[in-house]
Design a protein around this ligand. Structure first.
Ligand SMILES: [Zn+2]
Length: 223
């Protein structure tokens, strides 16, 4: 049926009608608050103004307080990013059982056992001294498959610390499958994987890099 019999404005005429037929809604429980948790001796954030000033670095206890506020506001979850004090070529801080994310997750789950979902950012770029999300070869290219092993290790480390969901942000081919296999092998069959790596050619991820303080070493190509 076409206009004039069909008039789409009819179903938009009142709040009651709109509430009944609305397909898309946005609720606090669908939102996730990023928490940038830094080791005490981590180097300072990049100089200059942050694109999103609310993205401050937090200590572990500061992150717990922020997560408590998030829970009180009814937010669905928090996602933990780690800012390590030391970086190396293999990004070993990412999969360190005593690394900043593992420590923060344990503290969050201990303080807020029924609290918001604790999601973790799974990547290497905050922990590599070259700033790439993967293992860099001598020629500057990235070894995709060697990176998958380290990402999977990182995910298992976070799951073991108590993370409710793992969120890889690298752009390696096969990363979700690699995480899934390793998590299942380690008994974390019920732990979901949330890839949020659709950041290709997007500026939305830029402000996060400001807060994390990871600067690209080879131009702007990060993965
Ligand atoms: Zn990354």
């Amino acid at each position: 049926m076409a206009y004039p019999k069909t008039r789409m404005r009819r179903l938009r005429a009142s709040a009651g009608l709109r509430g009944l037929v609305r397909e898309t809604g946005l609720r606090a429980e669908q939102l996730v608050l990023p928490l940038f948790v830094a080791e005490a001796d981590a180097p300072p954030a990049l100089q200059g103004e942050l694109a999103l000033p609310a993205l401050q670095r937090l200590s572990i206890s500061g992150a717990v307080e922020r997560a408590r506020e998030a829970a009180e506001m009814g937010l669905g979850g928090v996602i933990v990013f780690g800012v390590p004090a030391h970086k190396d070529a293999e990004g070993s801080g990412a999969y360190d059982e005593e690394g900043i994310v593992a420590l923060a997750v344990r503290a969050l789950k201990r303080a807020l056992p029924g609290g918001p979902l604790v999601i973790t950012d799974v990547c290497l770029c905050e922990y590599t001294d070259h700033g790439h999300c993967g293992v860099a070869r001598e020629d500057g290219s990235i070894d995709n498959d060697a990176t998958l092993e380290l990402l999977a290790r990182t995910a298992v480390t976070h799951a073991r610390a108590g993370a409710d969901m793992l969120a890889p942000s690298d752009m390696m081919d096969g990363r979700v499958g690699a995480l899934r296999s390793e998590l299942d092998a380690e008994g974390y069959i019920e732990t979901p994987v949330l890839a949020y790596s659709a950041k290709f050619a997007s500026a939305f991820y830029g402000p996060f890099r400001d807060a994390a303080g990871s600067a690209p070493a080879f131009g702007d190509r990060r993965s």
